[in-house]
Design a protein around this ligand. Structure first.
Ligand code: PLP
Length: 384
């Protein structure tokens, strides 16, 4: 009898249905979803426009390799131009976040003809060999060595290390503007500006990984729009497919021009269904005013979390940006996560001690009030 390799710890629940900000298990119990499949269901479960776009595409064509022309891919470029600043020129379509990061690394090396990559302590960029090499957590990296050579991890939010750490051999510096998996750690504005300036001085590229922060979650379409920097390359995924697996790399003209046909490829990347899903997601983003809602609801959630929880002894701090929030504890959050799940609230862990909240933009005021009271109760019951 076959079984699945145990690469994830089971939560003990079987989910059978999802709609908007909720999911249901096989016994009909409803959960408010602040887990969202590690941030994917930011547009809610089964967003209508995504389903419609997928259905329509399924009735036309489901397979065309990137060497064939295809209407839906053309349409996707038009839709993307509604959410990507005009200063960007080229797009590569992939199937997941980690693949988008791989492509970005290859493109950076080709464009600069240099090899070193600088990443940061606390970073997470994926699990394939290139992306894993620039993912900080030794638990993920160590068993799989040797990884990419010439990777340097610099301290997070510390300007002083940049000048020496980013040198003439550096092809690219890569960072998340809010480290997700690493603990929901937002970058300081001065730090990001200093990273940007150093990449200009050392003639290397800045890659911003927007796979978790992007597509509205941080309260702007792209988190970098709050930091007044424009990366040379940025990656996106997760929320952008509305539930369909996608990865995307977007870059400036001078960077993309370094690549020639055959140097990168993907059998499934940019397949018609993925294009349709992204189009449905972009339409949702714009027509439902998702970004604004994420910003306003994120601010409310942050304010109320601070008011209700920050005095509790077990809490170290509340942190985050937009609808990407973390409650950092003085202990591992596993017990709290289990208790929340029992009460009907799904969340995830980030870093060693942070409860990570990645709600869909659809949460309402009652959801926010209820979720905070459930979290507060769980903490009081467990830690007095
Ligand atoms: N980059 C960031 C910032 C992420 O949060 C993740 C996933 O959590 C990845 C890359 C990898 O994406 P995927 O799991 O789709 O391969």
């Amino acid at each position: 009898m076959l079984e699945y390799l145990k690469i994830y710890k089971p939560t003990g629940i079987k989910l059978v249905y999802g709609e908007r900000q909720y999911v249901w298990d096989e016994r009909g119990k409803r959960y408010l979803d602040y887990h969202t499949g590690f941030g994917v269901a930011f547009l809610g479960h089964r967003p209508r426009r995504v389903i419609e776009a997928l259905r329509e595409q399924m009735d036309k064509i489901m397979v065309t390799s990137l060497s064939f022309d295809c209407d839906i891919r053309k349409m996707l470029l038009q839709e993307l131009s509604r959410i990507v600043p005009q200063s960007y020129s080229y797009v590569v379509l992939q199937n997941s976040g980690t693949e988008a990061v791989e492509a970005a690394l290859k493109i950076a090396r080709k464009a600069t003809r240099k090899s070193k990559i600088v990443a940061f302590i606390g970073s997470f960029h994926g699990r394939t060999f290139g992306a894993l090499s620039i993912t900080w957590n030794p638990k993920y990296r160590e068993p799989f060595k040797p990884l990419l050579p010439e990777v340097t991890f610099l301290p997070w939010n510390k300007v002083d290390y940049l000048e020496k750490g980013i040198d003439e051999n550096t092809a690219a510096v890569i960072l998340e503007l809010v480290q997700g998996e690493g603990g929901v750690n937002p970058a300081d504005k001065e730090f990001v500006k200093a990273v940007y300036d150093e990449t200009r001085r050392k003639n290397c590229l800045l890659i911003i990984d927007e796979i978790q922060t992007g597509f509205g979650r941080a309260g702007t379409i792209w988190a970098f729009q709050q930091y007044n920097v424009e990366p040379d390359i940025f990656t996106a995924g997760k929320a952008m497919g509305g539930g369909f697996p996608v990865g995307i790399v977007i870059m400036k003209k001078n960077v993309g021009e370094a690549m020639v046909p055959g140097e990168h490829g993907s059998t499934f990347g940019g397949n018609p269904l993925a294009c349709a899903a992204i189009i449905g997601s972009i339409r949702t983003l714009i027509e439902e005013d998702v970004v604004n809602q994420a910003r306003v609801k994120g601010e409310l959630l942050m304010k109320m979390l601070n008011e209700e929880l920050s005095e509790l002894r077990i809490i170290r701090r509340i942190k985050g940006l937009g609808l990407m929030l973390g409650i950092e504890l003085r202990k591992t959050p596993q017990n709290i996560l289990t208790m929340l799940q029992n009460e009907g609230l799904l969340a995830s862990k980030a870093g060693l001690t942070t409860v990570r909240l990645l709600p869909p933009y659809l949460i309402d005021h009652d959801n926010i009030v209820w979720s905070i009271s459930v979290i507060k109760d769980a903490i009081s019951k467990l830690y007095g």
